[in-house]
Design a protein around this ligand. Sequence first.
Ligand code: 5AD
Ligand code: SF4
Length: 437
Amino acid sequence: MQKFFHIVTYGCQMNVHESEKIAGILAELGYVSCEDISKADIVVFNTCCIRENAENHAFGNIGMLKKLKAEKRGIIIAVGGCLPQQMGKAANLHEKFPYVDIIFGTHNLHKLKDYVLLKEKQKKAVINIEDDNGIICEDDKPFRTSYPNAWVNITYGCNNFCSYCIVPYVRGRERSRKSENIINEVKELVGKGYKEITLLGQNVNSYGNGTDEISFPRLLEKIANIDGRFRLRFMTSHPKDFSEQLAKVMADNPKICHCLHLPVQSGSDVILKAMNRKYTSADYLEKIEILKKYVPDCAVTTDLIVGFPGETKEDFEATLNLVKKVDYSSAFTFVYSKRDGTVAAKMPNQIPEEVSKQRIMELVELVNSLTRKHSQHYVGKVVEILCEGYDEKKGLYLGRDEYGRMGYFESETDAIGQFVNLKIQKANGVSLMGERV
Ligand code: 5AD
Ligand code: SF4
């Protein structure tokens, strides 16, 4: 009889790709993906703990499965991702949700097959968040669901220890995959017809650090030299590791998109120091200048946090000023979330919620106004987008241009996977509406 799996993913792109790896493992075990959770024989929650609300959301949803478990005794419920990887959280999850059958982490995701087979045989829950000494598993056969886009991990973990961030604690030290393995994976994906490759890591531009591997710019160059028609993107970069060499490689290789995600987090030097970001706002602006010298049309996006402990009105204004100066094409904005075990969690002067709320609203308004302004510049122009999907509700195809801007259009024929020229007629905030030309 056919067995079904259903995966619920929380958090970032890294997690979305890890869910593809989980799906690959379940497919190898004979399970088939299903949309309807009540039809599933195995449900996996791939969690994220980077901010408290992502964590609470996962906890809430796991709680709701108690009823399903009672109705369908044979169902296997698994919880993975970085939430169980936090100190004491796996035990906490098991205690709170005794009907969860498997608890695993990000380090041992590749062992999920063994855990499912074990659980199919035994009554007892399988709980394992072992570290595996930071081994990189090269046997994954992800079940990719996002054609024509494909994500490829190049590094795992992070060594930066930004004072607010839990990632280094739950994902461990930075490890780089072998360049040969990365290049072979991209060649295979391009051979299979994937048109956009995004290299993934918490800090991609420190790739190879402390090893005898090639540098990140060299890796990018080598990948950009692979034959075939495809676009190349990468995220996330840390400003301290952004180099002139990287800007040159971006300028010289047409397959590399002119688009850079460079999280600044704050525009205040006092806050940047307290965040342990290892650069000042002047250093950051200098990097942007270098980037624009080589890639003048580069779209820059960022991550911003408001309400970090001790953030004054002046610190917040410095963030607003920096946002205006860089003129970001878009940005992810977050309210600081206190994470146990991080340095910032013990800092005095935690900011009251009302103050953070007010600041985030002001920041979002500014970011949206910049995004709208950038979108308006597109009207009347012809852009090339890579069609990546069909929006059922809108009845329109959609895709992104090389700068990451989303464009919608009508098409009589299936356009997914094609590079399409669009004449932009209208800009709606973050997205564009165009006509195929
Ligand atoms: N609170 C708020 N935002 C955070 N981020 C990471 N940790 C926290 C936290 N504790 C944000 C940063 C990072 C992005 C992935 O998530 O902006 O760049
Ligand atoms: Fe977290 Fe900083 Fe590492 Fe990004 S660079 S994952 S914010 S510690």
